[in-house]
Design a protein around this ligand. Sequence first.
Ligand code: PEP
Length: 252
Amino acid sequence: MRDFLIAGNWKMNGSSAANEALLAGIVAGVPGGSGFSLLVCPPYPYIASVAARVAGSAVKVGAQNVSEHESGAYTGEVAPSMLADLGCEYVIVGHSERRAMYGESSFQVAAKFQAAQAAGIVPILCVGETLEEREAGTTESVVDYQLGAVLDAAGIAAFAKAVVAYEPVWAIGTGMTATPEQAQDVHRHIRAQLSKKDADIAAQVRILYGGSMKGENAAGLLAMPDIDGGLIGGASLKAKDFLAIAEAAARS
Ligand code: PEP
């Protein structure tokens, strides 16, 4: 049985005061029940204070990116062991903004995935197609390529301690959510690809949906058999919006 994971990617937003207000709202409003976990991924400078603020609550802390290197002359980078030291349990790797704006290749993403796991952090591997790729009918091959780079490097066993996030690029920050059926088709495909390598691992890996998920569409998406939670950008920045998604997970 796969529990839902509702993960907030704050991107480059926040301040000490804004984070305090947001977390006070989230911590106070975590829905009762079981079968789901909540995660927030603040910008690096706030990880330590956010981890201290949510300690003892049901909210976990993650990061939005990580270096593929463990230490050394990599100016501006943050090592996986540093994230672990600060209390991060998860890290997002391969977000489409990093692939597109910072030129991260699928091979680099695979190296980040492995480096995170070596430090005991669960990677959330993002995959997804652009609008042009969807319209050209290449969604599955794009996702296969992105997933394949990590499978080749890390092997299927690594997916026992990993999360996959299907994030159609055309749905991120645009308000254009994939329909539950569109998302389910790709989630089913991802699980089938993993299943070719190991059916047991494929059955237990969580596959999140990301792309304009909000309170109004969360229940429909989370009702799909292969959707195991959400990676949420915009709607993770207001406690009320984030909690509305958490409540949909708690009910599903
Ligand atoms: C994201 O950036 O991962 C994301 C899903 O953003 P949004 O929810 O704003 O579309």
